[in-house]
Design a protein around this ligand. Structure first.
Ligand SMILES: [Fe+2]
Length: 185
């Protein structure tokens, strides 16, 4: 994973920490900002015993909203997250983050009562995202069950005042993921 476009080793972790921290005071219609949402998502994943890649994908699933990435507000933030994460942290982290909208659409379509648990903002964006749907391009993928887990962490990570891991805790996970991904290439 020595890609000159993204830098190597430590610079990827520094850039990731900066991207996360730039989510402070970025709001997407929820009661907490995007940094707290990211950290709560990571915390939910850790509490569930998720592996490092799933924890990292949970933490960074909305990273495309980071001002540090410079993307337009109306971008497809799921696909942008996938494209940003994959070269840095491997295909599984990128895929899982990139599936979080598809997982919401799937759960609305297949799980009775799920839609009623969504935040008002998430219901609003569902329509823009294409509404309830089972997309076989996602649901047949071997990573799909973990994408559904990630979605549940995402939905539960909107509670003001929740104790969370820190950005440094997430970066420690990111460091381990990079070591693993690099070692297996
Ligand atoms: Fe989210």
């Amino acid at each position: 994973m020595n890609d000159d476009r993204i830098g190597s080793g430590e610079s990827v972790l520094i850039d990731t920490a900066a991207a996360l921290r730039s989510l402070r005071d970025v709001y997407d219609g929820e009661a907490i900002d995007e940094l707290d949402h990211a950290l709560q998502s990571a915390g939910r994943a850790m509490d569930d015993g998720a592996d490092d890649e799933l924890v990292l994908a949970a933490a960074l699933h909305d990273i495309a909203r980071s001002p540090a990435l410079g993307l337009p507000a109306d971008c497809a933030h799921d696909r942008e997250a996938r494209d940003w994460l994959t070269p840095r942290f491997g295909a599984r982290v990128g895929w899982l983050a990139g599936a979080h909208v598809a997982a919401k659409r799937y759960l609305v379509a297949t799980e009775s009562g799920y839609a009623a648990t969504l935040s008002a903002q998430s219901v609003t964006t569902l329509e823009v995202q294409g509404g309830a749907a089972v997309d076989a391009a996602f649901t047949g993928h071997p990573y799909w069950p973990d994408a559904v887990r990630l979605r549940r962490y995402d939905d539960a990570a909107k509670v003001p005042g929740t104790q969370t891991p820190t950005v440094d805790d997430v970066i420690a996970v990111a460091r381990r993921v990079r070591q693993t991904v690099i070692a297996t290439r």
